[in-house]
Ligand binder design. Structure first.
Ligand SMILES: [Zn+2]
Length: 261
């Protein structure tokens, strides 16, 4: 069996790490600052992870070459379009594609919303042409600081119709989950899901704290039920505020258990 020909779901692709080498070379040239490398073969060792690496931070350093390519709305649209075309080439039919607006837009001072419009255009066009369903995720890059995380949350809430989730990524050990409690609380009722990168360079306490401190939706929903009282009205209210079916089902099951107990 040729695994490459099977239909797939890819829930973790970073736009920053999904740019074709030829496209990086083209976009740097078009932006007036050509890379010293002139062929994909020359560029690969700097832009791709081709060997076992010693740390998360050294893997992330390979992403920085993406920043210089993201210099115009046309560049953003091309990158997004090709990323989805490449998903289709990998036989991916459903995908989540994530990117950090601060990381990609900051170096060339691109407007986040105009860049987002361009990404959405590229994704939509390629999705229709290649029949791939794509959900976009906005990443807050931890190493830009907490103000950036708030700015990215503003962006995610403003653009929630074009997104499926909010994500935390970047340097891990200096930025434990407890720092983000206030930021993540703002997701409540937005309809956006939360994903986080923890447990890549920090120890097991990091993902544990992420689950406990950042309160997955089900935990937030049960807090609301605890404060408002369990009733059909509370559940309807949660549903209307964007809480997912899974969380609500878990709550109903929990209530039934308590009533029976
Ligand atoms: Zn990731």
């Amino acid at each position: 069996m040729d695994l490459r020909s099977l239909a797939k779901v890819d829930l973790h692709r970073h736009l920053e790490g999904a740019i074709r080498l030829e496209t990086l070379l083209d976009l740097y040239r078009e932006g007036g600052a050509p890379l010293p490398e002139t062929t994909p073969g020359e560029l690969a060792p700097r832009a791709q992870v081709l060997e076992v690496m010693d740390s998360l931070e050294s893997v992330l350093a390979r992403f920085t070459v993406a920043q210089g390519a993201f210099w115009s709305e046309a560049a953003a649209e091309r990158i997004a379009y090709e990323a989805v075309e490449d998903l289709a080439r990998d036989q991916v039919r459903v995908a989540e594609l994530r990117f950090s607006p601060e990381f990609l837009c900051e170096p060339h001072g691109l407007d986040w919303d105009l860049a987002m419009d361009a990404i959405v255009r590229g994704v939509r066009r390629a999705s229709q042409e290649h029949d791939v369903a794509v959900g976009l995720i906005a990443i807050a890059s931890r190493n830009y600081g907490i103000d950036s995380a708030q700015r990215t949350m503003d962006f995610a809430l403003r653009r929630r119709d074009d997104l499926v989730a909010f994500d935390l990524a970047g340097d891990e050990r200096a930025y434990p989950p407890s720092l983000y409690v206030e930021v993540i609380r703002r997701l409540e009722g937005s309809g956006l899901k939360l994903t986080t990168h923890y447990g890549e360079s920090g120890g097991p306490q990091f993902p544990r704290e992420a689950i406990e401190a950042l309160e997955p939706e089900a935990a937030r929903a049960s807090q609301i039920v605890a404060s408002r009282g369990a009733s059909v009205r509370t559940l309807r209210r949660l549903a209307s505020r964007g809480f997912g079916e899974e969380s609500l089902e878990a709550l109903v099951a929990d209530l039934e258990r308590r009533e029976l107990g």
